[in-house]
Design a protein around this ligand. Sequence first.
Ligand SMILES: *Cc1c(COP(=O)(O)O)cnc(C)c1O
Length: 341
Amino acid sequence: MQSFERMIDFRSDTVTQPTIDMRSAMASAQVGDDVYGEDPTVNELEALAARVSGKESAIFVASGTQSNLLALLVHCERGDEYIVGQQGHTYKYEGGGAAVLGSIQPQPLDYEHDGTLRLESVASAIKPDDPHFARTRLLCLENTQAGQPLPIEYLKEAGDFCDDTGLSLHLDGARLFNASIALNVDVKTITQYFDTISICLSKGLGAPVGSVLCGPQGLIGKARRWRKMLGGGMRQAGILAAAGIYALENHIDRLQEDHARATKLSDTLKALNHPKVTVSKSLTNMVFLSFKGVEASDVAKKLKDKNILITPGKSVRLVTHLDLSDDDIDVFITELTAALN
Ligand SMILES: *Cc1c(COP(=O)(O)O)cnc(C)c1O
């Protein structure tokens, strides 16, 4: 087996390796043909995801992109429209899939600083029932949004708003559990306001592959049909679902550790008061840095020589996760300071 030098990787919480125990759960999973509905481990994961999210039903899919796409396809038809954040993952980072594959028009709006979409702005973006316009069908929120958990009070308002206006409400909850852990609420406190919720198992939860879309039985049934059409019907997928079950059973509470490390990272860097770096406050597992008088790409190069990975950009997003320790945070702070001086 080839061995790789270990990197301290802050680029994303998607970079984690499955733990030994997760791998052993995968290796011993009972499997069957899931397209026939006969994989007991996939069925167990879907039942667990439905229970945890407080929804009737759930479907296991290959990725968060596929899960969000299925949601858009079940809520909207050709010529319909959904309202979404300008920086929303479904709009900006999923290849325009809803438009390409669903003929669904996005109506992006700017996020507020707290990651919410102002409901007054959403209201004015809803098109009148008139053949000039696409039919506005769905509001899509993201939680966490850029590492920020959306306020519960806002979610309630958004839920009421959608009830009043007849829009459906979808949550891109790629990092839903980071939000619930940060706010110290049961995840159902968040999910109760949404018709459908997409949850990534392969981010902070540490599974190698997969997402779940949760919602009412009818919509999830429709999603199952779309998943097959998109080529997402997997066979002995229980091998992968086992990792998802393991993650939901063992890796939710520990997100607190990731949040504590992100807070420590942010607080320590802020306290340094270095003239070349501005540091955001961390609310979950993300810290954003911006550099002054030094190129982020040069900083990234210097850090890479020290086996530290970051993604350079105007704003550098650092993400804490399962494979980063307290020592790694300390090493990063030391090496970043050295790279800036
Ligand atoms: C990662 C992510 C997704 C999509 O997940 P993939 O599994 O990478 O397709 C969706 N929404 C948000 C907010 C994400 O961070």
